[in-house]
Design a protein around this ligand. Sequence first.
Ligand SMILES: [Zn+2]
Length: 268
Amino acid sequence: MPLIAPQHSPAAPIPIHEGYAPVCAWPANAGVQWGDGRSFTCSTGQVTGSPAFFEAFLRNESGVWFRGEAPTEPEDRGIEKAERAAFAKFEKYLGCGDDHDWVRKHDEYSTVARCSCCGATGTHAVAAKERTVSSDGPLTPSDLQHLMLGLLHEDRRGKRDHGDQLNRYFERVYAAIEIRAERQGFPLPDPTMDQEAYDAICERRVARFWVDNRSACEDIWNSMTPEEQKASYPPYWSALDICCLDDVAKRQGHLPDLEEPSAPGMGR
Ligand SMILES: [Zn+2]
């Protein structure tokens, strides 16, 4: 018997389709949920809306899941058809045994992949490549944003948990920021300081640093090729970072002449 999502329990505050019981032989490690979709008949007689669906998530290493859909009809809500469609995908998946041919769906940093043989999608099917973090070069606008937002402070004090992989990534990001900051004579506040005092010191230092280095940062961005700009991660010159840093500089009484921040080349 699969694990049925809590929203389908009659005891749920607002039970959803609690009358439906799965009909296929799902394994015990599958979590399942469903919906009967919604259909509308237009004045032209055309039926439109979202189809009934059934989803099953295997609690295995690959995080494989299956979704079936079926037209919603008044006399047959379609959930069972949707479930059978999902189950057919599951059976096809079993046909591969342990020999799936996982093809990464997004970039190399994503763990989502699709098997080219059975068509199954797994959210953890492939190992992600960990992003490299360089401590070379000067402080970037993104570094300053990290400093400004107090994220560095919170992470240095172990107050946030992003999950294993991201924790490792952020550890390297912050270590790199600390190295760059030190090299550039940007004193980082004491991480044991309380958040409010830390934020106030950071804001003052970031504003001052930004005023002194804004055009140098812009020069670096302009000297990059379009390919390098595209590949920079986090984006070196992002509209959001620049606007925030300009605002901070203005708030701290700098940049009096800067009415409009210059249009960044790349946004995020
Ligand atoms: Zn497969």
